[in-house]
Ligand binder design. Structure first.
Ligand code: AP5
Ligand code: MG
Ligand code: ZN
Length: 215
């Protein structure tokens, strides 16, 4: 089963995708994570994307759609994909249809995380991840059980994203409103959009998503 998690920066796409991976063995396909890996590795894609991402703007449709096709081809037979942060524009939504169609796949659900943008800045500036395994945390909302030690891998190093400052977050939100929110009607007419309250506790949001997937 392939699904899209849609919502503005800080809505909880990555947090919920990680949980679905752990619970259902699905594969998280986050174009943001792929681009950050490319930046870190200094690949040609990374060199193009770095400044754009630090400004909070969108990387070109061609670059991100190329990343997605390769990742889908690497899935295990029968493994479902969670699209996290993709598609983000109408051309990307079109590309995704083509990419899935070529592989005989269809979208089962588009889950829109419904959130209050003002609260998201706090989520984002408090966010960090394990430098070893990538597990996500938050200064207030999701701390490791033992301070300074990752719950998942026992690592002791953590990192923060360069685009997680208030000014860049505001640009990312404006990009979401202008370019990403307008793609929802494409999926609405197919009857596959489910809206989930993204302001609830993390566990409650996971339960609501599970209920949609169980339908
Ligand atoms: P990307 O990495 O996709 O970032 P984003 O969309 O801005 O979303 P975030 O990762 O910031 O938020 P999230 O929804 O995953 O929230 P999280 O679960 O971490 O993209 C980054 C950049 O890459 C873009 O700006 C663009 O430049 C480029 N890019 C990527 N994809 C692209 C594409 N397709 N096209 C073009 N450019 C692209 O949660 C946030 C925090 O809140 C965490 O600390 C978490 O613990 C906490 N939290 C989560 N849920 C809750 C809850 N229910 N209650 C309390 N706290 C919560
Ligand atoms: Mg994310
Ligand atoms: Zn870890």
């Amino acid at each position: 089963m392939d699904i899209i998690l849609l919502g503005p920066p800080g809505a909880g796409k990555g947090t919920q995708a990680q949980r679905l991976v752990d619970r259902r063995g699905m594969k998280q396909l986050s174009t943001g994570d792929m681009l950050r890996a490319a930046v870190k590795a200094g690949t040609p894609v990374g060199l193009k994307a770095k400044a754009v991402m630090e400004a909070g703007e969108l990387v070109s449709d061609e670059i991100v759609s190329a990343l997605i096709g390769d990742e889908l081809d690497a899935l295990a037979p029968g493994q479902g994909a969670i699209f996290d942060g993709y598609p983000r524009t109408a051309p990307q939504a079109e590309s995704l249809d083509a990419i899935l169609g070529e592989r005989g796949r269809t979208l089962a659900h588009v889950i829109e995380l419904d959130v209050d943008e003002d609260a998201l800045v706090e989520r984002i500036v408090g966010r960090y991840t394990c430098a070893t395994c990538g597990k996500g945390y938050h200064d207030t909302f999701e701390q490791p059980k033992v301070a300074g030690t990752c719950d998942k891998c026992g690592g002791h190093e953590f990192k923060r994203r360069p685009d997680d400052n208030e000014q860049t977050v505001r640009t990312r939100m404006a990009e979401y409103r202008a370019k990403t929110a307008p793609i929802l009607p494409i999926y609405d007419v197919r009857g596959i959009v489910a809206r989930v309250d993204g302001m609830a506790d993390i566990d409650v949001v996971t339960g609501a998503i599970e209920a949609v997937l169980a339908d």
